[in-house]
Design a protein around this ligand. Structure first.
Ligand SMILES: [Zn+2]
Length: 144
């Protein structure tokens, strides 16, 4: 008759440890998922801010925009009356148009590019920690 062996002291310890590690792993996976989601949101916010900044810098003198699109603050004051204050960029409740970035597992190369000087004036840079991510996809012809 087969004897049901009691788990040894070592086996019990390992089982307990394994259960704790599984629980800890689940917590870390959950937290990681939260970080990934937060990172995705921040990336979208950054893209929006960079787009808004680029748009704000454009005038008829620096782009193909018509002169009528130039922001003239003086006129707004002349016309008087309370001007509705709207933030630059998409308004609250406006659906996002940003394309979701590719997940890390779909990337086959990541390259860091650092500016050495201001692209507009060549001046020195101050490190702000702000990063912009640009993803490029290459279409590859798959064999027949
Ligand atoms: Zn500059």
């Amino acid at each position: 008759m087969a004897q049901t062996a009691q788990p040894s002291e070592t086996e019990r310890k390992l089982q307990t440890e394994n259960a704790e590690l599984k629980k800890r792993n689940a917590e870390l996976e959950k937290r990681n998922a939260e970080w990934v989601e937060q990172n995705r949101k921040l990336q979208q916010e950054l893209n929006k801010a960079l787009t808004a900044l680029a748009c704000a810098r454009k005038t008829s003198g620096t782009s193909s925009k018509p002169p009528s699109s130039d922001i003239v603050k003086a006129r707004a004051q002349e016309e008087g009356g309370p001007q509705p204050k709207r933030k630059i960029g998409a308004q609250p409740g406006h659906p996002r148009h940003a394309r979701a970035p590719f997940p890390p597992e779909q990337l086959n190369a990541v390259r860091n590019h650092r500016l050495r000087a201001c692209p507009q004036c060549g001046g020195a840079l101050r490190h702000t920690g702000v990063k912009a991510v640009i993803q490029q996809a290459e279409l590859v012809l798959v064999g027949k």
